[in-house]
Design a protein around this ligand. Structure first.
Ligand code: ATP
Ligand code: MN
Length: 255
């Protein structure tokens, strides 16, 4: 109960009423005690000034809008407890043989969060349009908010383009894949119209969701790249863009 009181104080400091946080916990399944604590750490550090609404609830993470120092930021919060894990936990808790399991799972998630931070950093350093990573702590990645006001830019999936705009955007993305491969030495690994945000006024495509991106040494790097190319060409086909996938692979990798 002392722990609970401590948590209550932390929650108050985050200006999230306990009732709200429990509501969020049920609804979004992200604000477990450890995540609240991590959010509080980031607030105390000055990275987060206040928490905004939910932008997305994905398979492994939730993305929230937040106020940063003097601008909006996006918080990607990897879920520590998936629903299946919760039911497992009921059986595992209190059994000394499993005292390690929760920590191991957490460590993997924390490492994954750091990996996304580093991948974004590497991509940005090479001049690719991607959210600038701001900080990473436990299962939380704080990054530049890609959007206008409080509204994220639309996914490539959601926009209708003229054939000419599509051509330009496709060219930019292929150029980014070249840089990603040759300079950042990375393959995105989950590239598709679902992981590209588009600035509708400048037509700049932003590559997002780089947790799974791998270095070129990864045994599946080339297969991932082929799949990324296939996803892209599949999407752009409707705009009359039908490049040869083998040729694209050569352009990207044989520089
Ligand atoms: P999914 O499981 O659906 O692929 P995810 O959990 O892998 O999602 P992301 O793809 O990184 O997470 O982000 C989910 C959504 O959150 C994006 O589609 C986008 O709408 C929004 N989003 C992510 N990062 C940002 C950002 N930096 N700025 C604005 N919106 C963002
Ligand atoms: Mn995604």
């Amino acid at each position: 109960s002392k722990d609970i009181r401590k948590l209550d104080t932390d929650v108050d400091k985050m200006r999230i009423r306990r009732k709200d946080s429990e509501h969020l916990k049920v609804k979004e399944n992200v604000f477990d005690e450890a995540t609240l604590k991590a959010l509080y750490d980031l607030a105390r550090k000055g990275v987060i000034e206040s928490l905004g609404g939910s932008i997305s609830t994905g398979k492994e993470a939730n993305v929230f809008l937040a106020e940063g120092k003097d601008k909006n930021i996006a918080l990607k919060i990897y879920r520590i407890s998936s629903s299946t894990f919760n039911s497992m936990d009921e059986y595992i808790r209190g059994d000394p043989r499993f005292s390690n399991i929760r920590h191991k799972k957490k460590d993997i998630i924390f490492a994954w969060t750091k990996k996304e931070y580093r991948n974004l950093m590497r991509a940005r350093e090479c001049g690719i349009a991607a959210p600038r990573p701001i900080d990473t702590h436990k299962n939380i990645l704080a990054m530049e908010f890609i959007g206008e006001g409080d509204k994220p830019y639309p996914l490539l999936k959601e926009v209708k383009l003229s054939e000419q705009s599509a051509q330009t955007i496709f060219g930019t993305i292929i150029h980014y894949l070249e840089i990603l491969y040759n300079e950042a030495k990375l393959v995105h690994g989950d590239l598709s119209e679902y992981n590209i945000l588009l600035d509708p006024s400048t037509l700049e495509p932003y590559l997002i969701d780089m947790g799974q991106s791998v270095t070129l040494e990864h045994p599946s790097a080339n297969d991932f790249l082929k799949r990324d190319i296939r996803n892209l060409t599949r999407h752009f086909k409707k705009y009359g863009i039908q490049p040869d996938e083998e040729e694209l692979l050569r352009i990207i990798t044989e520089k």
